[in-house]
Design a binder for this molecule. Structure first.
Ligand SMILES: [Zn+2]
Ligand SMILES: [Zn+2]
Length: 302
């Protein structure tokens, strides 16, 4: 069911989960709509938790609206019940295996892709080999009907959270793995690595942010740095932080400190309009936020 729910989240209004890029774009757009400094702060400083919360909220919002969860459960449930009923019918009609053991084996085989029956239970039923097969089939069909009613009632009684808690594969985890990628923050601006999966040797970001958003300020004035990483690694400027043991280090040689990062030098790229807007909109908050300014990070003006 978790996989089916995740699949449902890939279509229609939720198609933002289609690609990592479209998801990123929708998160940035939502941040802009909310336009709250503390939300941006959470996004920048606890990106992974932030993304997980956004995904869970979207899943919950989708499935709790207009009784969608119950409708969804009933649809899946009806399909499964139909398959079980069909498997019983098919097994009943198989003239080659006309004892209980063969009958049960046929049902298990028919449903093996979707339902796994514990072997000890199957073996126990198989010992009823002398039972009347017609009666056994009728009794099984009645049990399926009872189970159908019982489960339908339980859909109405349980809330969304308890249903999600019971799922072995959770839709929010499936979606998270789909859109997350690597996520390691750029050591300068905190923008998350966009390379997919774990099999990459260098972390990479296509749009770096003004470095002040990664807590970097000028050494003398403490003003936040507005340059972006790709311009800085092209410049003759230096930086110092905990990773350099508080010693000045040229940006051009950033790889000595951050071996697993690839930040291509580019003097032509300016900070994106989006992040420029964020910095100017929240500049007073940024300056006054004790949480945000990290004193161990400073930027040389040379
Ligand atoms: Zn960066
Ligand atoms: Zn990476």
């Amino acid at each position: 069911m978790g996989m089916e729910m995740a699949g449902e989240m890939l279509i229609g209004e939720n198609s933002v989960f289609g690609t990592r890029m479209s998801f990123q774009k929708s998160v940035l757009k939502n941040l802009l709509d909310v336009s709250e400094f503390k939300t941006y702060l959470k996004f920048i400083q606890s990106y992974k938790q932030f993304v997980k919360k956004v995904i869970f909220y979207k899943v919950k919002n989708h499935f709790t609206g207009e009784n969608k969860m119950i409708t969804f459960e009933e649809k899946l449930h009806s399909e499964v019940i139909e398959e079980i009923t069909l498997a019983i019918k098919k097994a009943e009609q198989d003239s080659k295996k006309n004892d209980i053991k063969g009958f049960i084996e046929n049902i298990c085989k028919e449903l093996e892709i979707k339902l796994v029956f514990p072997k000890d239970v199957v073996d126990k039923i198989s010992t009823l080999n002398n039972a009347n097969q017609q009666k056994f089939t009728e009794s099984l069909q009645c049990s399926v009907k009872d189970m159908d009613k019982l489960l339908k009632t339980s859909f109405q009684e349980r809330d969304f959270q308890s249903k999600i808690d019971c799922l072995q594969t959770k839709p929010q985890d499936v979606l998270f793995n789909r859109v997350w990628g690597c996520g390691k923050p750029c050591p300068f601006c905190e923008a998350p690595c966009e390379a997919g999966g774990g099999a990459h040797t260098e972390h990479f970001v296509s749009i770096h942010r003004p470095k002040g958003l990664g807590c970097y300020g000028f050494d003398d004035s403490k003003k936040l740095v507005t340059d972006i990483c790709t311009s800085l690694v092209h410049s003759d400027k230096c930086f110092k932080c905990l990773d350099t043991n508080d010693q000045w280090h040229p940006y051009k040689e950033y790889k000595i400190i951050y071996l697993d990062w690839r930040i291509d030098p580019d003097p032509s790229i300016k900070a994106s309009l989006y992040w420029k807007y964020v910095m100017t909109s929240f500049i007073n908050w940024l300056i006054n936020s004790g949480d945000f300014i990290c004193q161990s990070h400073v930027d040389s003006v040379t």
